[in-house]
Design a protein around this ligand. Structure first.
Ligand SMILES: [Zn+2]
Ligand SMILES: [Zn+2]
Length: 271
């Protein structure tokens, strides 16, 4: 299978994308080398009309902030020959136990990613131990996302169950969620037409053998058995050489391990 979409890209509008190469124009140039025909831009977002994000990372990254990309996308779209999509990676709000989004804002995007695993930002620190508590937090967040009244706007769960910036090896957490729980979560995602993201940034430190043995592979196989559709994302925060797009080959390893076909991809990214 040719993987010609990347639907998880950050530009300089994300506060954590410090590299000034992270522009639509540079990513489009890079996409051509990688054979990508569809690019989705998903900057970090918190819709302040759902609940103000005061005093944290999201305070300035509200809808008006990420919407600045729309004109750049429209300008590059016309001349690039690559299909460009305006999306966001909107946060899960653990206080409201819902997506930090409103219906009105949701409708402005071509697609929406929601992570259940930004636990470094959204989870109380004391939940890191015991590790089962951390795993349970991600499970609960996943269920809140896929059963939300806004679920119909969600395209995919970003890097599911892959705890970001975890102080210990994130791989310790996957076995702490039972097969029954994974099935419950993935069946619910499928019922709401929410895809599962295959995010290559989580594997860039590993060799092929480690990727083959990674516990996410078993998890994604369960998702596939539950009938879930998939979407690929690099989670690039830079378009410079040596950064995430140099590891695009990992997408092909994942597709091979999961025996994915075009029909397993979610509709918006199909050829
Ligand atoms: Zn993320
Ligand atoms: Zn991201």
């Amino acid at each position: 299978m040719i993987i010609d979409h990347d639907f998880h890209i950050h530009t300089t509008l994300s506060l954590c994308a410090h590299d000034d190469t992270a522009t639509v124009e540079n990513y489009v140039r890079r996409a051509k080398d990688l054979g990508l025909r569809k690019l989705g831009f998903s900057n970090h977002m918190w819709d302040s009309s759902a609940r103000p994000a005061s005093g944290n990372f999201y305070e300035v990254q509200d809808y008006a902030h990420v919407a600045q990309l729309r004109s750049e996308i429209d300008r590059c779209s016309a001349e690039s020959g690559v299909d460009l999509y305006f999306g966001c990676e909107v946060e899960y709000d653990p206080i409201r136990r819902d997506i930090a989004l409103t219906e009105r804002t949701a409708q402005a995007f071509d697609y929406i990613l929601v992570p259940n695993s930004h636990t470094h930002m959204m989870m109380p620190e004391e939940y890191y131990e015991p590790k089962a508590r951390h795993a349970q937090f991600m499970f609960d967040a996943f269920m809140d996302i896929v059963t939300s009244p806004l679920a119909k706007y969600v395209t995919a769960v970003a890097h599911p169950f892959s705890a970001v910036c975890c102080p210990y090896d994130r791989r310790l957490l996957y076995p702490l969620i039972s097969e029954k729980q994974y099935r419950e979560a993935f069946v619910c995602a499928r019922e709401h037409d929410i895809a599962i993201e295959l995010n290559i940034s989580g594997y860039t430190e590993y060799g092929i053998r480690e990727i083959v043995q990674d516990p996410t592979i078993r998890m994604f196989r369960i998702a596939k058995e539950c009938g879930c559709k998939f979407i690929f994302g690099s989670d690039a925060h830079s378009a410079a050489a040596g950064e995430t797009h140099d590891f695009w080959w990992i997408a092909y390893i994942l597709a091979e391990l999961l025996e994915l076909k075009e029909a397993d991809m979610t509709e918006i990214v199909r050829r």
